[in-house]
Design a protein around this ligand. Structure first.
Ligand code: NAI
Ligand code: MG
Length: 353
């Protein structure tokens, strides 16, 4: 099959790591004659905003709609406020394309040292609610710059929104022979929205009697992530809680340089979008030392979504071979290689699969 992929490299290290992901996808074409990828690049980044006053053209979403998937780098540039780069580009894509599942594997690959010294395997999936929740633009500010100044930021939790992500998490657990789903909540203190969250999850859980539901307050759960990460299988969390938990999870399994994600539209009415969980990393941008593994692994999640788990597995085992060999690594993993050297080395491994 031929897959049409929209590529939005973005800012900072986004283009560097996305280049390496495209190289790896192209190398897969040599493994399998029946597999073909076509890329179309979109230059929607902060520079585009500075020239055009918007992050993407008015018909940007229409331009993306017909693609099989989107590979996204990262946005964020000191010259453009983050609320513009995020709310005018990433958020419209996630929301309009109903990518309400953000899947973030927390998996310690072979060859990665965890800061946790007990050496236990870490391998679980976090599903973060991606379309509503705490990241809402409802609210406002009053009495600006006066002593009584205040801000109100509303959270939107809907029964349908929670039920659909809970169902996705339980279905994933069932398909992958997992025994339980863990819900992140805070209904002891956030008594309206998080109570609805709990009730909606509990209702879905009833249909899956072979899978247990456990629920923890987010503060305790953060501690358990560090104390016993091996005990988790599938975690379901709201937008904000999932965002924080997955950066914490990433730190347990090698850091942001090796942590992928997918923004999934389960109904497949629209393209899904795949991106490393990290941002544009201005502190290392332009130095050619960003770790491309997170973005290459995100491309593997994309292939899994497109129905090629075999090719996805080939990428992940190639990454593991390079990590285990330990010779061509970027500085975040203790090496001194460049972004493209790591990408080239992974391509070599892919060709041996
Ligand atoms: P960040 O993820 O860009 O960087 C955090 C730290 O991790 C930095 O020290 C960076 O050097 C390091 N890091 C990140 N990716 C790395 C990689 N591939 N290899 C090696 N080291 C890596 O987060 P930060 O600094 O909070 O945000 C920077 C900009 O990125 C902001 O403008 C922010 O809004 C934006 N951002 C964009 C996201 C997106 O496009 N989806 C997600 C997160 C942040
Ligand atoms: Mg984040």
């Amino acid at each position: 099959d031929t897959y049409q992929i929209a590529v939005i490299p973005g800012d900072g290290i986004g283009p560097d790591v996305t280049n390496e992901a495209m190289k790896v996808l192209e190398a897969l074409q040599e493994l399998d004659d029946a597999f073909e990828v076509n890329f179309k690049l979109f230059d929607w980044r902060s520079e585009y905003y500075l020239q055009h006053g918007q992050m993407m053209p008015d018909n940007g979403l229409d331009q993306l709609r017909e693609f099989d998937a989107i590979l996204f780098g990262a946005v964020g540039d000191a010259r453009v406020p983050d609320e513009i780069s995020i709310w005018q580009l990433i958020m419209p894509i996630r929301k309009q394309f109903q990518q309400y599942i953000n899947m973030r594997p927390i998996k310690k690959l072979a060859g990665i040292d965890s800061p946790l010294k007990n050496g236990s395997p870490i391998d679980f999936m976090v599903f973060r609610e991606n379309a509503e929740g705490e990241y809402s633009n409802i609210g406002g500010r009053l009495y600006q710059e006066q002593p009584q100044e205040m801000a109100i930021q509303n959270t939107v939790i809907t029964r349908q929104g929670v039920e659909r992500i809970a169902k996705y998490a339980f279905e994933y657990a069932k398909k992958n022979n997992k025994t339980k789903v863990t819900s992140a909540t805070k209904s002891n203190a956030i008594i309206h929205s998080m109570k609805l969250w709990d009730e909606a999850i509990e209702k879905v859980a009833v249909d899956y009697e072979e899978i247990a539901l456990e629920s923890y307050f987010i503060d305790a759960l953060a501690a358990y992530f560090v104390m016993r990460p091996e005990s988790f299988e599938v975690v379901v969390a709201s937008n904000l809680f999932g965002d924080i938990l997955t950066d914490l999870g990433a730190a347990l399994v090698g850091g942001l340089g090796v942590s992928p994600s997918g923004n999934i539209n389960p109904e497949r009415n629209f393209p899904s979008m795949f991106e490393a969980i990290h941002g544009s990393a201005p502190d290392i941008a332009g130095k050619g030392i960003a770790n491309p593994i997170a973005q290459i692994w995100s491309a593997a999640l994309m292939l899994e979504h497109l129905g090629r788990p075999d090719l996805a597995a080939a990428i992940v085992s190639s990454i593991e071979n390079v990590l285990q060999e330990g010779e061509v690594l970027t500085p975040d993993l203790g090496g001194n290689s460049t972004t493209s050297e790591v990408g080239d080395r992974i391509v070599e491994e892919v060709k041996k699969q």
